[in-house]
Each structure stands twice: as C-alpha cells, then as structure tokens.
Write a protein that binds this ligand. Sequence first.
Ligand SMILES: Nc1nc2c(ncn2[C@@H]2O[C@H](COP(=O)(O)OP(=O)(O)OP(=O)(O)O)[C@@H](O)[C@H]2O)c(=O)[nH]1
Ligand SMILES: [Mg+2]
Length: 417
Amino acid sequence: MYETIDTTLEKIYIIQPITRENADKYRILQEEAVSLIESAGALYAGTTYQNIREINAATFVGEGKLREINELLYGLDGITILFNGELSPSQTLNISAALGDRKVIDRTTLILDIFAKNARSSEGKLQVELAQLKYMYPRLKGKGEALSRLGGGVGTRGPGETKLETDRRYIRGRLKYLESRLKETEKRRGLQTSRRKKTNVKTIALVGYTNTGKSTLMNLLTGSSVYVKNELFATLDPTARQFEIEGIPFLLVDTVGFLQDLPHNLIEAFKSTLESALHCDLALVVCDATGEYDMQMQTTLNTLNEMNFSSPYLLVMNKSENIPDLSVLPYDSVAISAKENKGIDTLKREILRKFKDEFLFCELFVPYEKMSIYNGLKHLLTERKSEYTDDGQTIDGIIPARYAEQFTEFIIKRNTI
Ligand SMILES: Nc1nc2c(ncn2[C@@H]2O[C@H](COP(=O)(O)OP(=O)(O)OP(=O)(O)O)[C@@H](O)[C@H]2O)c(=O)[nH]1
Ligand SMILES: [Mg+2]
C-alpha cells in the first residue's frame, strides 16, 4: 500500500526573519507560524531562517537568500511562501517576482485567512472582510493582477466560503458598504450593552492567548457548548452566557484569543466586538500553564491596554493537570484544569472575592412581626439558606452592597468570603 498525500491542501514554506527585536522569541514565532498554517487548513512545508542585520527595502530579506529559496524549491509547484512578519505591498510583489512569481503571503494575510474561515456571526464576517480588503487593496497592482496571480487558497478566501474580489473599483465600493453596515450593527450593540448594564448583572470576560482553553472553561462554567478546538483563533465572535456562583448571576463572555505581534489593524477590527469584554467588571486572563505563560499574559494585557482596558483581572493558569508542582506558577494566579474540572471551586471563590466590595455576605434574622417589611425587600437579596425558629426566620444571604443599608435592622452577622 502506498501512503497518499492529500494534494488538495496548499503547502506553505516559511521565511523566518531573525532581527534584533525578535532575537529572543523567533523560535516561538516560527512554531506559532506552523500552528497558524495548520489552523488555516494548509500543510507545513519547511522553514528557512535569515539573520537580518540591515533590512533590504525592496525585498526585506537579502537577494542571496531569495536565490537560495528559489533553488531549493526549484521544480516544486504550488508551494506558497509565508513571510513570518509584515511586508509592505511592494515588498510582497518584489519577493514574489524574485521567486519566479511564486505566491507570497505575510503573517497578517495568513491570520486574516483563519479569521475568515472561523467568523460565524454576520458582524464578525463583515469585520473580517473589511480588514481583508483594507489590507489587500494597496497590494493589488492595477486591476487585481497580483491577486489573480496568487491563484486560490490561503489569502484569497473571504468569510463564509466566498472568494475575495480583486477588482479595485469594486473593492472601493465594497469598503464603503461594509463600513456603513458595521456602523449600524455597532449602534444596535451599543443599545444592547446599555440595556444589559441596567439589569445590573456583573459581566466577566474570558480573555487570553489563543488556544489556552477559554472556550473550554466557558462551556464548563455555563454548561454551554461553544466551539472548542486545538487550533489558533477557533473563537472569533464573542459569546455571552449566564451562570451563577452561590446564587449570584453573572454574564460570562468568551472572546477572540490574542497572539504576539498581532497586527495593529487586526486589533482595530475587533475592538468593537471586544467592547463587552473591555468594559467587563472582571476579566479572567486565561493562560496555558504548560506553555510560555509569562509571554501569553504580557501579550494579552498589552493588547487589552492598547484598547483602553482598565477592569480588574484574575490570572487563571489552565491545563495545570500537567504540572506536577503548582508552586512554580505565579503566586497570585488560580491553577485550574478546564478539561478535567479541577480547581473550579477555588476559581469561583476567587471570583467572588474580587467582588467582595460589591456584595455583602451575611446572616439575617427577621422576627415574625417584621416579616412583611422583609418580604418587601426580599427580591433584592439572594437567600442561600433559611430556617424558621420559634420567633422568626434566620437567613444566610448575599446582598448587593448598595442595598445593604435597607437590611440593617435584620443583619446579625457579616461574613467574609
Ligand atoms: N490538557 C488540557 N487541555 C485543555 C484544557 N482546557 C482546554 N484544553 C484544550 O486546549 C485546546 C484549546 O481549547 P479552546 O477552549 O478551544 O481554547 P481557546 O482559548 O478558546 O482558543 P481560541 O478560541 O482558539 O483562542 C483544545 O484542544 C482543548 O481541548 C485543560 O485544562 N487541559
Ligand atoms: Mg475559543
């Protein structure tokens, strides 16, 4: 029997530049590029590294390197080149020309392709298409020659199995249309958010590096079934679900994951869908305890800060079932395993602790003659336990801090969380 290779999959060869800025992390960047290629549904064909002391303005990498790649890939058709960094429009075209008109994409194009593949909501699709067309437009020389030269596959796929348009005049019109459609949806979402604020339910956002297990944790906490996959950017559209801790309702929002060196225009594109997460009452910064969690945490917080995020947050180290000694993890983090349902009670307690100024955990006593007063207030508190005695009712309850004063005469003990 012969092993068959799926020839329908595009093969991608990586050029990994090594610069002064990425000297300490280029290996992680290269590994991530391999995961990105697989997440885009393509095959990894190999990597070449190049030390860049001085950037060649025309082609970024040196001519010698391009000659070497040309020789290496000679006769191998259908191999796409991924430059694992950002290229200017003319650099993309020049590299392609130097490699015998081979298809060349950069990291942003690849990420946008995965985004297009994974966008589900109509707003997500609009945003991805807008970001793709904006990025592609200056890369199209004349009437889309460059892109039509690209052929099919990665970098030419729009959201929802569509093929991206390459006609510049068409794109200009489409950009205007997409922008106005997005403005409308943003307005509608603004209304929803303000309505939600009025209901007073606290919002908790799951944020973090891609593939750390945010959606798995979302499913575990809320009993929902959002999409989980061992793939980068599996989640694109934010999803919100209610869940309770000790009878207190919370809204949990799952969001798109981050990646180091995420292009700025991509962050811009998702700023509005991330809005609910940016204004959350608490963010759970989910990291992979078995990975480069310091880098993951820094990337996440830096990206959020760029978007004016200022909510309190809690560090969550997921996948910790694989860590024999948890004491090596950051001391202020909560170690969990979303997959094996471990550490979740501790996580819930830590979440409540973060809200300790917002809720009063207390015991109350209501004498029977005051029962009607209490019944008028009852809807403001969460009763965890209650018991009838000879002369009244004792209640173990949670009161939102701003209503606490109304219960003063009934409170007999204030508990700490
Ligand atoms: N070993 C282990 N794997 C986990 C755990 N939690 C999640 N995973 C796996 O990690 C992979 C990614 O999980 P997701 O929940 O999709 O991660 P995510 O953070 O939502 O990823 P994106 O949406 O792509 O940013 C999946 O293969 C999960 O099964 C865990 O506690 N332990
Ligand atoms: Mg996810």
